[in-house]
Design a protein around this ligand. Structure first.
Ligand code: SF4
Length: 424
């Protein structure tokens, strides 16, 4: 593990910039040896059946103190489960699956359970689900609901969903939310669920701005009961926020398994070839995935895969992963610095402070991205409407100052004009 104490002569920041891993320094393999490149096809109805067939598995890493080896690629939900996509994911070697109570109103979780039951190979997959408890007792009760919907008798990992995200509407105070990860009551609930055998591990799907993410990561290290945390992460955010980088280190050193999500969100609109990546035979999105895997603190990336093309692209990046060297990492970071981005990386909200406004510039821009990039128009409008009036009113705000301060280099003038037209 790379340390920040200087004993190995390379700090985490150096690592991120240089694209070097401690394992590379020590000459140790971090992941299972990747097989030679091979294209995936769609899979078929029969592909999931049977216990004895030898199947190719993508490279794995250990998920913190759970000691479990999980595939470095984890398929995240984007819509209803289709057998075609799941069979293809299976064939591509993905063995970590992500779902939740609320995806497609529970249909994703039930569809995943049906697919796994039909495959007869439940034990080969590491399945994560989530729910939104307000109290430890409620969390324990929710586990039974999740299992009923999942149609199985255990989960591998059960998360508190979206902790830290104000709009999720937790009834806890802000302080209680921050303290969940070191609370004795939540620890007792976690222990009870694990002892029941209904979930093997527990943790948090962490949302919110950088200060919230930092505090919960540190509290998880202190509290000791959190087995894993899934959180929004990209290489640029780590470069910009040393506090975030340090909090990740603290959690990682305490054995909290880390899973990255929304890794490509902030460069979702980058489609053109980037010469440096082309030389490596990578698309921009594959380069971002490999940049994240270069940070060996992360065991896996939960990637929103909704079609066979994206599945093939993601699986190929995982299968052929090699830690990015300094010049390639620099090219990835340059990509984040390009103008024209449309998604807030959820830093510390410095945009509205610089603009001198109470308006939630970051949230409004994020809702616009749900509308424009994801096609979730109703959700985007509902979220916008749910903001208090003073949080929707950016009149008088210094938008040029906000753009200058923004980590994601967002053009607020343009984006907010579009938000007004589409969301209001
Ligand atoms: S809009 Fe930019 S400055 Fe504001 S929270 Fe998001 S990334 Fe940070």
């Amino acid at each position: 593990m790379v340390r920040d104490d200087g004993r190995d002569g390379i700090s985490r920041r150096d690592f991120v910039v240089a694209g070097m891993t401690a394992a590379a320094v020590a000459g140790l393999p971090l992941v299972a040896k990747a097989d030679p490149p091979k294209d995936e096809d769609e899979g078929d109805e029969e592909e999931g059946k049977g216990e004895t067939k030898k199947r190719e598995v993508l490279p794995t890493r250990v998920l913190g103190k759970t000691g479990e080896k999980v595939t470095i690629l984890n398929i995240g939900a984007t819509g209803e489960v289709t057998r075609r996509l799941m069979n293809a994911a299976d064939k591509a070697g993905i063995r970590m699956l992500d779902t939740a109570d609320c995806y497609v109103k529970g249909k994703h979780e039930s569809g995943l359970g049906e697919w796994l039951n039909k495959s007869g190979r439940r034990k080969e997959f590491f399945v994560v689900s989530k729910d939104h408890p307000n109290t430890p007792d409620e969390w324990v009760e929710q586990l039974d609901k999740r299992l009923k919907n999942f149609q199985n008798d255990y989960l591998d990992l059960f998360f508190i969903h979206g902790l830290g995200e104000p709009k999720i509407g937790y009834k806890m105070t802000e302080e209680e939310v921050l303290n969940v990860a070191k609370s004795k009551e939540w620890a007792a609930a976690a222990e009870k669920m694990k002892k029941s055998g209904k979930t093997r591990f527990v943790g948090i799907a962490l949302h919110g701005e950088i200060p919230v993410r930092c505090q919960i990561l540190k509290n998880a290290a202190e509290g000791g009961w959190v087995d894993a945390i899934m959180l929004m992460y990209d290489p640029q955010t780590v470069r910009e926020h040393d506090d975030f980088n340090k909090a990740l280190d603290i959690a990682h050193k305490a054995g909290v398994g880390l899973i990255a999500m929304k890794t490509m969100r902030t460069v979702k609109t980058v489609e053109e070839d980037v010469p440096k990546f082309k030389e490596m035979g990578l698309s921009p999105h594959q380069a971002v995935l490999q940049a994240v895997w270069t940070d060996e603190r992360f065991a896996s990336i939960c990637s929103a895969i909704n079609n066979l093309k994206i599945l093939k692209e993601n699986a190929s990046a995982a299968r052929n992963f090699k830690p990015l060297k300094k010049d390639k990492m620099a090219a990835v970071l340059e990509m984040y610095d390009r103008p024209g981005r449309r998604f807030c990386a959820a830093c510390d909200g410095r945009c509205h402070r610089a603009a001198g406004t109470d308006a939630a510039l970051n949230d409004i821009v994020r809702y616009l991205s749900y509308y424009e990039l994801d096609g979730c128009r109703e959700k985007a409008r509902d979220l916008f409407a749910s903001l208090p009036e003073h949080r929707r009113d950016w009149r008088g705000a210094d938008l040029a100052a906000a753009s200058k301060a923004c980590v994601s280099k967002l053009d607020f003038e343009t984006l907010l004009t579009r938000a007004q037209a589409k969301l209001a």
